[in-house]
Design a protein around this ligand. Structure first.
Ligand code: SF4
Length: 295
């Protein structure tokens, strides 16, 4: 932001743009209760927005309350998670629901400090739930997109703690929810990781980076193991889908289903590691030579 421009003008510019042009996402048209916000934020951790919009209603129809989710068998939750990927989240969300029922009488806490003590809830998700479910005004919500946009706006690379502090100071009074939603849209639509669209950006007059070569200010991407050109998460998803479909299956049958020809020693090794990882994450059970969803 240029020093001569006030923070109020910046707020007005972004909030007005958001009111007119923000993305009409499902949960903005029909904001849910705190449980629904929690479920959607866990889904959004690692699944694209469009896919969450498609699969969230189905999941909520099957598990309409935190009590319903907590009471369901884990295998059922994993089945209904299919299509969202990163299935470990299904188990963590289920454990989270059980803890909320047992420790909080089924009421989702609004305090980010309490939320981060629940399974599967990191600092970002806790902040998002506190803000979007409870309208907290003092909690900055900073995901990768928002971090990138803020740092470009300020033309500074900031350590996480300082970035959070700056983000908190920037929250406009009484408009935290809209502000964060607007920042998310800004990051997704204009302030993209590569080739940001500065010429069309509603904040170009305030941005210290606009029109200049924008450096990559976001944190580095984490590498994911691949096998035969396919990321591990997709292999895990395939394997779980298979088990969910047939009920129980042997390792040999899995190998026959996943690989076209008789598996090579390398493919067998990969498969064994895949199964071991899923068992470790509590998503699969291995009993007397059979693989099945947790009972
Ligand atoms: S002007 Fe460019 S760098 Fe600045 S916030 Fe907008 S898109 Fe990002």
């Amino acid at each position: 932001m240029k020093p001569s421009d006030s923070r109020t003008q910046l707020h007005e510019a972004l909030l007005q743009w958001y009111a007119e042009r923000g993305r009409p996402l499902l949960w903005r048209r029909t904001p849910g209760d705190p449980y629904q916000v929690l479920v959607r934020e866990v889904m959004l951790q690692q699944t694209q927005v469009a896919r969450v919009e498609r699969l969230l209603p189905r999941f909520l129809e099957r598990f309409p309350t935190v009590q319903a989710l907590a009471a369901a068998p884990l295998a059922e939750v994993i089945r209904w998670w299919q299509g969202l990927g990163y299935n470990r989240r299904a188990r963590l969300l289920w454990e989270c629901a059980r803890r909320i029922v047992e420790d909080y009488g089924g009421v989702i806490p609004s305090d980010p400090g309490l939320l981060t003590r629940l399974p599967g809830i990191g600092r970002y998700t806790a902040a998002a739930v506190a803000t979007f479910a409870f309208g907290r005004q003092d909690v900055p919500v900073v995901d990768t997109n928002i971090a990138r946009a803020l740092q470009r706006l300020l033309a500074e690379t900031l350590p996480p703690r300082v970035l959070l502090q700056r983000a908190r100071e920037l929250i406009p009074p009484g408009a935290s929810v809209q502000w964060h939603e607007a920042l998310m849209d800004l990051g997704a639509l204009y302030c993209r990781k590569r080739r940001p669209l500065c010429g069309q950006c509603p904040l170009r007059s305030w941005c210290r980076s606009a029109g200049r070569e924008v450096q990559e200010l976001s944190s580095g991407t984490r590498g994911e193991p691949h096998f035969q050109g396919v990321p591990r998460r997709l292999w895990r998803g395939r394997l779980l889908r298979l088990v969910a479909t047939v009920g129980r299956i042997t390792l040999e049958e899995v190998a026959a289903a996943l690989f076209e020809a008789p598996p090579t020693p390398q493919q067998r090794r990969w498969l064994r590691e895949l199964v071991a990882g899923l068992v470790r994450d509590g998503l699969l059970q291995s009993r007397r030579g059979w693989l099945m969803l947790p009972q």
